[in-house]
Ligand binder design. Structure first.
Ligand SMILES: [Zn+2]
Length: 170
């Protein structure tokens, strides 16, 4: 066994997580290699220090899992991908998707209504006498929503607009 192979197993060796045959290979290398013996001694000192703070029982394979998750985190960082909406969408749960869809739809409807108000404010709105008799859909140019099924989001929005129009006329 070479030094780098031993070094990569020292942690598991110190925690006695190696299979007996691998452990004996590490043993024989350590007998002939002062450098790796020194590394093991450092590791054991560190372990003794940590041991005072650590819980007495440690789950099997803990060191390997920590190293694996650190490796994964490093890989994620190095891939350096900025926030990806498509990946987010794939990994999002169903309620998150529903919430996001509602936010998008409401945002579009509000933006659409506001844009229409600003760009083409109907004369009826400024002339309060006409508003009372005017059809709510025409006043807000929302007739494009009139075929929306009742109870749908567009339908609810339509009801809201029509109600507001009625109140404004008083
Ligand atoms: Zn060595």
């Amino acid at each position: 066994m070479r030094c780098d192979e031993v070094q990569s197993r020292l942690d598991a060796y110190a925690f006695e997580e190696l299979t007996p045959s691998v452990a004996s290979e590490v043993d024989s290398h350590l007998r002939s290699c002062p450098r790796c013996r020194q590394s093991l001694a450092r590791l054991r000192r560190l372990r003794a220090i940590l041991g005072e703070a650590e819980a007495p029982s440690r789950p099997e394979g803990f060191a390997h899992r920590v190293m694996a998750s650190a490796h994964d985190a490093a890989n994620r960082r190095s891939s350096g991908a900025p926030w990806d909406p498509i990946r987010w969408w794939r990994s999002a749960s169903a309620p998150m998707k529903a919430a996001a869809a509602i936010v998008l739809i409401v945002g579009q409807l509000v933006g659409l209504a506001m844009g229409r108000d600003v760009l083409s404010t109907p004369r009826q709105v400024r002339d309060s006498q006409v508003t009372a008799s005017a059809d709510g859909l025409d006043v807000y140019n929302t007739s494009f929503l009139s075929e929306a099924p009742e109870g749908s989001l567009a339908g609810s929005y339509l009801a809201l607009v029509t109600t507001r129009d009625g109140e404004a006329s008083e």
